[in-house]
Design a protein around this ligand. Structure first.
Ligand code: SF4
Length: 383
């Protein structure tokens, strides 16, 4: 009855980002180009899984020399790339008196009942990095290798955490009343925790059914560029991305641009193109940075692309400010004039009032300054 089962969280989320990329992956079965950061992510997950399984076998809570051996065995010449994650992995402690499961593969049929991961009946399925039950709580730990640490709000809106609760729910004893999902951002040594009541699993079922309905009724599978294009394995074959990449190839894009935008449809297309250009710019910038670091500057049209140093001096601490003020006063500068040197901004006033427990003065304090409103033309997250 469903055309494209089984559905994983990443399969649903890819469709939400870009139906065209989804079509290439799941209908045309075209292998995506793997982004190096995704490969590194898989390696980190593998190493953690092997490490935890080895600790379980040895009944040890942690063992750094064992971890180093595992890294040497699995990472080979990529060991340096693992350095940003190492302190988080080393801080892992296998709690005694729990029975954790590592990298478990779970699948549910269309009635949301457990079935075999490889079964034709599998409607949804997924892998959980690490999970255990303690008293009335099912704890789920997800190792994250992201460069960027998302804010709390983004995490709360993300359905991935809830997807885990759906998969685990049928396997849990009745006394479990809640889930605690810990997203462990290994690069940043930061853990974001979410508590999710067990009785909210029904909402996840409804969410999945509505997503699946959209996917199964889709006909156009159009590309919808966004921030995610930089990680897209189909960037090289995407029509939108190709037209934007034209200047990097042969045809100058600028000649294809209209004199003026004449319709909302055209505006949407160009806004999408702008997103891709941003991604391409970042990618090209990083490639050139690596090249210049290794081979030296690149010169074009009388300009040199290189690491140009610029010096900034800041007076952050009261001692630094006092030392500068004392020097100036000693040399005949009027005290009143020195204030101008230490300009005060809104952020500084806000944090000062917060620190002094004087937040109630914020409005009055800001009214003493001169307010200017600047407009920035940029992308912002829509609700
Ligand atoms: S590059 Fe962007 S728009 Fe093109 S297929 Fe990938 S995600 Fe979609």
């Amino acid at each position: 009855m469903y055309k494209y089962t089984p559905y994983s969280y990443s399969k649903i989320s890819l469709f939400q980002k870009c139906p065209y990329a989804w079509k290439l992956a799941y209908l045309d079965h075209i292998e995506p180009k793997k982004h190096p950061s995704l490969e590194l992510g898989s390696l980190v997950h593998k190493i953690i899984a092997v490490y935890i399984e080895s600790l379980k076998d040895r009944a040890e809570q942690s063992n750094h020399s064992l971890l180093e051996k595992i890294i040497a065995q699995y990472a080979g010449d990529k060991q340096d790339e693992l350095l940003p994650f190492l302190s988080s992995i080393k801080s892992f402690i296998l709690l005694p008196s729990i029975e954790p499961q590592v990298e478990i593969e779970l699948a549910l049929d269309s009635n949301f009942l457990p079935c075999d991961f490889q079964s034709d009946d599998a409607f949804v399925r997924g892998k959980i990095d690490y999970t255990y039950v303690i008293e009335d709580t099912a704890v789920v730990i997800d190792w994250k290798t992201n460069q960027v640490l998302p804010c709390e709000d983004e995490i709360k809106k993300d359905w991935q955490t809830r997807f885990y609760t759906l998969l685990l729910d049928p396997l849990l004893p009745d006394n479990v009343t809640k889930f605690v999902v810990e997203l462990n951002y290994l690069r940043h040594s930061k853990v974001r925790k979410l508590e999710i009541p067990r009785d909210s699993v029904n909402e996840v079922r409804k969410w999945i059914l509505s997503c699946v309905e959209k996917i199964e009724s889709e006909e156009n599978f159009s590309p919808t560029p966004g921030d995610w294009c930089s990680l897209c394995g189909y960037l090289h074959r995407c029509s939108v991305a190709r037209s934007v990449l034209a200047p990097v190839a042969e045809e100058p894009l600028i000649e294809k641009l209209p004199e003026k935008i004449n319709s909302l449809e055209q505006a949407i297309k160009l806004a999408g193109a702008l997103k891709v250009i941003d991604q391409v710019r970042t990618k090209v910038h990083n490639l050139l940075k690596e090249w210049v670091a290794e081979h030296g500057p690149v010169q074009i049209s009388g300009e040199v692309l290189d690491f140009h140093k610029s010096e900034t001096v800041k007076w952050e601490t009261p001692e630094q400010k006092a030392a500068l003020a004392a020097l100036l006063v000693r040399n005949g500068v009027n005290k009143e004039e020195i204030w101008d040197l230490f300009s005060v901004n809104k952020t500084a006033v806000c944090s000062f009032l917060k620190k002094k427990n004087l937040k109630h003065l914020l409005e009055d304090a800001l009214a003493t300054g001169e307010k200017t409103v600047n407009q920035r033309f940029c992308f912002r997250k829509s609700n």
